[in-house]
Write a protein that binds this ligand. Structure first.
Ligand SMILES: CC(C)(COP(=O)(O)OP(=O)(O)OC[C@H]1O[C@@H](n2cnc3c(N)ncnc32)[C@H](O)[C@@H]1OP(=O)(O)O)[C@@H](O)C(=O)NCCC(=O)NCCS
Length: 336
């Protein structure tokens, strides 16, 4: 078995996919699809963008394990550049019919070498609780740093009149705020607001994960959105603004993979900045965005979201909205 690079180093953003890497990329995508669990799947287009660049301030490289000309496994390594430069994030996979042959272990050793070479001290990988990930991670000395649930709201069976009543009741606690919304990239004059709002995500509980706050600028927001657009993602964003001060107070986002929607919407970030918490703004934002999203995307059947089990506030909001637990994941961490 040999390990070959799928994507070349540090490409210009507008450069087309490397044609020589195409069969490896196709092989890796096939394995990623074979590893898919129930839930929204990544389109080929989205996968190609995520393998080349990642979606927010990191450099990404991908490697494939080959047996002859067959891709039998691979990994994607994300190396944050703007912050968290002590860590690397790993997505590791072995073709289902070639597991327990040492391929995953060899790929992990290779990835550790790459990450160390970039001066990284911590490796983070996520894996579903039901499946081979935990057994492999424990055998290789990782420890579980966070537990997250994926939750799903079925839009076909949701109690829409109950949700409208909930919105009307909640909005009474959130007087003094106005809502603004847009599809696609953020308008230029709101990029500064979006950078501030994204900083609010740094308050999310991360358990034992050795992750530092992420630093946001308007340029970073724009760069991430451009990649999402290139990956075929449609974005629905809603923000709340404090009327008296004109300050941004909170935001929420839902995304759809335009190439492979399959009835799924994916909840993106939701946050309310500290001075504005405790006024039901999070619930108001999420309900308003969901209603708007459903009107714009009539074929959407379900929305999926990720929540740390240690985040009671967002869990309470999602429970009130009717989200139900779908499955459980851990982030595994290894000092390298
Ligand atoms: C996790 C994964 C990458 C392991 O790949 P692999 O090629 O089977 O790994 P290896 O053969 O090198 O396994 C190394 C050791 O990990 C442990 N291990 C691997 N799979 C395991 C499982 N299903 N249950 C328990 N232990 C397991 C064993 O100790 C194994 O050694 P052994 O076979 O000599 O007992 C593969 O199962 C996979 O692609 N899973 C889906 C994606 C995923 O969960 N990735 C997250 C990784 S953190």
């Amino acid at each position: 078995m040999r390990i070959e690079r799928v994507t070349p180093v540090a490409q210009a953003e507008d450069e087309p996919d490397d044609p020589a890497g195409e069969p490896l990329l196709a092989g890796l995508y096939a394995i990623a699809r074979a590893c898919d669990l129930p839930g929204p799947a990544m389109s080929r287009r989205s996968f190609a963008v995520s393998v080349r660049t990642g979606f927010g301030g990191e450099r990404t490289e991908a490697w494939a394990a080959l047996d002859g000309d067959q891709v039998v496994g691979g990994y994607v390594l994300r190396l944050p550049q703007d912050d968290n430069t002590h860590l690397a994030q790993l997505r590791l996979m072995t073709r289902p019919d070639r597991r327990r042959e040492g391929i995953g272990g060899a790929l992990l050793d290779h990835a550790i070498g790459r990450a160390r070479g970039e001066g990284r001290r911590v490796l983070i990988a996520e894996a579903a609780a039901d499946g081979p990930g935990p057994g492999f991670a424990e055998a290789r000395g990782f420890s579980a740093a966070t537990t997250e649930n994926r939750l799903v709201l079925d839009l076909r069976t949701a109690d829409w009149s109950g949700l409208e009543l909930l919105r009307a009741r909640s909005v009474r606690h959130a007087t003094g705020y106005s809502l603004e919304r847009w599809t696609g990239p953020t308008p230029d004059d709101l990029l500064g607001d979006m950078a501030r709002l994204n900083e609010g995500m740094n308050d999310e509980p991360l358990g034992d994960l050795a992750m530092e706050d992420r630093r946001w600028t308007g340029d970073r927001v724009r760069a991430g959105e451009e990649l999402l657009t290139r990956a075929g993602q449609r974005m629905y964003t809603m923000i709340a603004r404090h009327t008296a001060s004109g300050e941004p107070a909170g935001f929420t986002q839902i995304l759809v993979d335009a190439e492979q929607p399959e009835g799924w919407g994916r909840q993106g970030a939701t946050t309310v900045l500290r001075p504005h918490r405790g006024r039901r703004l999070g619930l108001v934002l999420k309900l308003a965005n969901l209603t708007w999203f459903r009107a714009c995307e009539p074929s959407a059947e379900r929305v999926i979201t990720w929540n740390s089990v240690r985040n009671p506030h967002i869990l309470a909001i999602n429970k009130e909205m009717g989200f139900e637990v779908f499955d459980t994941w851990h982030q595994w961490q290894l000092a390298i």
